[in-house]
Write a protein of this length. Structure first.
Length: 133
């Protein structure tokens, strides 16, 4: 476990709140723990070495790529579990989001956005559509 500063705690709490809200929306739309879904995600970092280390950490289970962000001095790390799908319940879902946030911080990166795609129904749910006060 890493020690989080105030900014990181705020990001962590926001991502978990987004994950809870997104799960509720997914369930309302028919998502269940037996739905096989793919996950797409983005991190950002202002440190290329951290971004490279993050990609190495993710490479076992995900396809990733690094690109310079539009904002100078930042890097975007995009990843996906495609073509492999996963089944998960609410607890596993929240654990995955928590893991991704902490993994980002431990590699000087921020877990920014993610989406869930159900190839069966062709539905996509995105954290970008979640509004947290």
């Amino acid at each position: 476990e890493i020690k989080m500063n105030l900014y990181q705690k705020g990001v962590f709490n926001r991502r978990i709140a987004e994950a809870r809200k997104l799960w509720d929306t997914m369930e309302q739309d028919g998502f269940t723990k037996t739905t096989v879904a793919t996950l797409d995600f983005t991190f950002f970092s202002d440190e290329k070495n951290g971004a490279d280390d993050l990609v190495k950490s993710l490479s076992l289970h995900c396809k990733t790529e690094i690109a310079p962000a539009k904002v100078q001095g930042y890097w975007l790390i995009d990843g996906t579990t495609r073509p492999n799908g996963n089944e998960f319940d609410k607890e596993e879902w929240l654990d995955w989001v928590e893991y991704m946030v902490v993994l980002g911080f431990s590699n000087n990166s921020v877990f920014s956005t993610w989406s869930v795609y159900d190839p069966g129904t062709k539905k996509t749910w995105s954290s970008e559509n979640i509004d947290i006060e």
